[in-house]
Ligand binder design. Sequence first.
Ligand code: SF4
Length: 200
Amino acid sequence: MVGAILTQQTSWGNVEKAIANLKGAGLMGLGQISSCSERKLAGLIRPSGYYRQKAKRLRGICRGIAAAYGTLEGMFRLERGELRRALLGMKGIGNETADSIILYAAEKPIFVIDAYTERVMKRLSGRESAIGYTELQAYFTRNMAEDLDRYKEAHAQFVELGKRYCRPVPLCGGCPLRKWCAYPKAARAARTAHLDDAKG
Ligand code: SF4
C-alpha cells in the first residue's frame, strides 16, 4: 500500500529504495507511520521524489485509516465498492492508486489501469483520442472473468509489454500483439502515402 502511494510520478526502482529506508527505520506499520514526524518521514522517502508532499499524504492516509478503522485489516474488510469509495475519499489517492491497493493489498479482484495499459490499448485500437480510466476499466471488466490472479497477471503483462515493446517509440517488430494492432498498419499506410506523394 505504501508502494502504491509512493510510486506516483516516479519509477518503481526509486520506490524500492524509499521502502527499504522505511523498513530499515522500522516504519512500515500504520501506527509507526502515523506517529512519525513528517520531517523524518520525508527524509526516509526522499528517493521517491516529491517527498515532502508524499510524506504529508502518507501520514495523513495512515492517520485517517487508523482513526476510522483501527487497522488496515479493518478497512480491508469493507466490501470492494465501499473500500474503493473510502480510498478515493483520501487525499492523494486517485483511481490507479485505489485500485492497486484493492488488488494487491486487499486482494480483491479489480482491474488496474496504468499508463502502460492505456498506451497499449490506444495503439491497439487505433484510437486517436485519450481513453478514460473508467471506460478502459469497464472494457476489461466486461470482457474478462473476474479473477484475482488473472487481473494481477494481466496488469503485470501490460507493464512488461509497455517496457519491452510498446515504449514511447514502439518496437513493433517483435511485439506479440503486432498481428492484431492497428498502430503498425496505420504507420505502414502513412509511409506508403508519403512515398506516393514524393513520387507524384
Ligand atoms: S504492435 Fe507496436 S504499437 Fe502495437 S502493441 Fe505492439 S509495440 Fe505497441
